[in-house]
Design a protein around this ligand. Structure first.
Ligand code: NAD
Ligand code: PRE
Length: 367
């Protein structure tokens, strides 16, 4: 199977995949390449990679496995670069991009080469980006979608899944179009809505600055993902254009319906709108990880007075919720402080959040 792995793009996803590959294959030599030299230095310092490659070509020529984990536009550019470079016979090339049609079409450029390209998309991530945010367990229990283009890729799929076993993800296959439709519905369009809500707050917040302070639990929950990388999301939207245009049209119709329900004072229709949403949301399968962030931190706004930390820790201790770390992050206008509490498990994080909220603390997952 060889042991040389190249990761091209050492951000959240490239770094996390590097850690997961190394965990299951300690004999592997993980080479990293990133256009940003500082990122490569950080990846080396954090032991995310074993060595760095001065150029893509240096890293690619002896690689048995190449994982491209850059934003989509750059992923396409890297695939075209690889198509013109010396590559090892039998090498597997995959990517981690959030859309698959554009990437798989670009990979046709590799079809005359003695390598196999299989598109990939680990369906877990975070609003945090960069190698510093990498986590070996980021993909645990999440779906990891592959889009093999030919049935003769079967044996290579098994080799690729063996390389990625350390992710502990659930591997599934889809064709690129179906993938992009699914991802558009459950990931890409929700990001547009989250960013749209933040824009709305920004515009109103300029007139009424107090609005920014009032934006509490609900607003923070629904907009966490708006803190993600703008470059990454620009590329995702542009490479899933048709799907997103159709979903936006559908959404506009839905919003017109809600508008009419409010305008007409249609109590039954509004009740049914929320009832259906509640039933559907409540029935979503609970997964330990996946679309849910894998950082078990909780941020709590606390009044700045002595004893407040023991108030908070005492409250959690009563319910046997254990904290692995606690830090005071900042003091705003000398009135309010922010505590960052870290938990070992998501279950503890969620229990702590509801307990603190019941006790009137403002507790939220992202600062
Ligand atoms: N962040 C998520 O939640 C998530 C989840 C699943 C998949 N993805 C996909 O994974 C890919 C990477 O996302 P990320 O969150 O790790 O982004 P990131 O911003 O954390 O990292 C991207 C890295 O790629 C590097 N890069 C850019 N162009 C490059 C090039 N030509 N050659 C080498 N390196 C280059 C950047 O310098 C950066 O370090 C994207 O395609 C994204 O769509 C992201
Ligand atoms: O959890 C988050 O912050 C994410 O945005 C992760 C998320 C998602 O939308 O679920 C984002 C992009 C990916 O391609 C896959 C996962």
């Amino acid at each position: 199977m060889g042991k040389n792995v190249l990761i091209a793009g050492l951000g959240l996803i490239g770094g996390s995949l590097a850690l997961a590959v190394k965990k299951e294959h300690p004999e592997a030599v993980i080479t990293g390449f990133d256009v940003n030299e500082r990122v490569m230095k950080t990846a080396l310092a954090l032991d995310v990679i074993d060595i760095s490659a001065p150029t893509l070509s240096d890293g690619a020529k002896d690689a048995d496995l190449i994982i491209i984990a850059a934003p989509i536009r750059q992923t396409v550019a890297i695939i075209h670069d690889l198509a013109a470079l010396p590559l090892k016979e039998g090498a597997i090339i995959t990517d981690a991009g959030s859309t698959k049609k554009t990437v798989c079409e670009a990979a046709e450029a590799l079809k005359e080469r003695p390598v196999t390209f299989i598109g990939g998309h680990p369906m877990a991530g975070s609003h945090k980006s960069g190698v510093e945010a990498s986590r070996v367990r980021l993909f645990e229990n999440a779906y990891y979608i592959f889009t093999p283009s030919r049935s003769e890729h079967e044996r290579t799929m098994i080799r690729l899944q063996n390389w990625l076993k350390g992710t502990k993800a659930r591997f599934i296959r889809l064709d690129p179009d179906t993938h992009d439709f699914f991802a558009g519905t459950i990931s890409h369009f929700p990001h547009i809505v989250a960013a749209g809500l933040v824009h709305q707050l920004k515009e109103e917040g300029q007139k009424e600055p107090v609005l920014n302070d009032l934006a509490a639990g609900g607003f923070r929950d629904i907009t966490r993902i708006a803190s993600a990388s703008p470059v990454m999301w620009r590329d995702i939207l542009l490479s899933n254009k048709e799907v997103l245009l159709a979903i936006i049209d559908q959404w506009q119709k839905k919003m017109h319906q809600v508008r009419s329900m409010i305008e007409e004072g249609n109590e039954d229709a509004l009740h049914s709108f929320f009832q259906t949403a509640k039933h559907t949301r409540d029935a979503l399968p609970v997964r330990k990880k996946g679309a849910i962030p894998s950082f078990y931190d909780l941020f709590v706004d606390v009044p700045d007075h002595p004893g407040v930390i023991s108030d908070v820790t005492g409250l959690l201790a009563k319910d046997r919720i254990s904290i692995t770390n606690i830090r005071i992050l900042e003091t705003r206008e000398d009135i309010t402080g922010v505590l960052r509490l870290s938990f070992r498990a998501e279950e503890d994080q969620l229990k702590a959040k509801s307990l603190l909220r019941e006790n009137l603390y403002d507790a939220y997952e992202a600062p």
